[in-house]
Design a protein around this ligand. Sequence first.
Ligand code: HEC
Ligand SMILES: [Cu+2]
Length: 436
Amino acid sequence: MTPAPAWVVRHGKLINEIRECWSSLQLGAVKTRACLFGSRLALHSIEFRAGRIAAPDLQQRIKERLRTLVMAGVSEVKNGRREMSMLRMKSPTMRILAQTILLLFWSALAGWASEANGPSSHGTNIFAPESTPAKSIADLSVFVLAITGIIFVVVFTLILYALVKFRARATDGGREPAQVYGSTQIELAWTIIPILIVVVLFLATARVIHAVQDAPEPAGAVQVTAIGHQYWWEFRYPRLGIVTANELHIPVSDPGHPTPTFLQLLSADTDHSFWVPELAGKTDLIPNHPNRMWMDPQRTGIFLGQCAQYCGVQHAKMLLHVSVDGPEDFAAWVRAQQKPAVEDAGAIAGRRVFERNACMNCHRVDGTSADGHFGPDLTHLMSRATIAAGAAENTHDNLRLWIQDPSAIKPGSLMPAMKLSDPDLDAVVSYMETLN
Ligand code: HEC
Ligand SMILES: [Cu+2]
């Protein structure tokens, strides 16, 4: 009977079990590093050559023990030598994990650096909030990033330390190191610390959710009903009697005298999501399930956003355009929108084309018989800088192209090409251009 080798003896606490296991397995002239701890077989590596195994019952016992080993797999089959190693199996996984983490880390850094580069004129920077709900969310994100960043640094440092300190050396003589199983302190530590971190993150998140979702609506708030349509936005101001599309106008909110805007979110067809990153977190518009969101922008300007829930082929061209106006500008815009459509005698031919064709079944023009709701309200079309939910600028050429063939600008749009004759097309475009 061979005595247990030195590396086993060094682990004083386990020596009896190991010696027992080692002795019994050694009986059949099998070279092994398998050890039995209580009822569990911890297998580092096992080498045997079939021809050398004398005792058939020993072979049987080894097979049985191998079967109970859940996590190990045969990693190498070489010259009849089988080696099973948990560590060796883990390394590719670890490599992929490390690469993924690094990639995420660098892309986040790169994103941050490019975003932080001066004030963004397009207003889609999630790290540049201009309204209270967006600020709370951005602060929470930075907090979560800081905590997870610290975890990343600590874990990565420990991994690097372990990789360097315990790397294989020539003096190891090809032997695998002792495997330590079970440490109450370490297991408690890596259970309790993550639980505490998760509790902290949970509480911080719950606080922000409460602050954003349960904010009371002050008396001076502007109310807007936003309705998502396949591929455009309808905005109704019930108290002001305004209906418009795609370009939302809201007043700037002075912290001393807040005038937040509260939106009720509805959908005419499928799920959409209202997301203007600098003003508020994204909130879905779900059929038959009104949602609510609010914003109190503290800076005037144009803020851009995008439908953030895939809603069909032309989801990508369903942009959001929020114009935050100073108090006078907002009041002027409201007055202009409340007026009925202009009656321009010069555009009467175009108006006839509009009313003779199916246009009026899908579009509304206040003050005319056109009262369709499938498409955007065109009463004040010319007050908008863009058409088709930001897909094109509102210019003469784009309007003409749009009415001739919407799919030239926005393939998949639900407005059909009306196949008007050239004179009719020009007339209807002239009529559209009087709607300001
Ligand atoms: C079957 C319904 C339907 C008919 C008929 C129709 N449209 Fe449309 N129209 C739409 C829809 C839907 C949109 C929004 C498309 C989008 O942005 O994806 C739209 C958008 C528009 C727009 C852009 C409005 C904006 O603010 O973005 C104009 C202008 C327009 N239509 C004019 C017309 C004219 C003129 C006719 C008749 C020659 C017409 N439409 C016929 C459904 C229709
Ligand atoms: Cu959408």
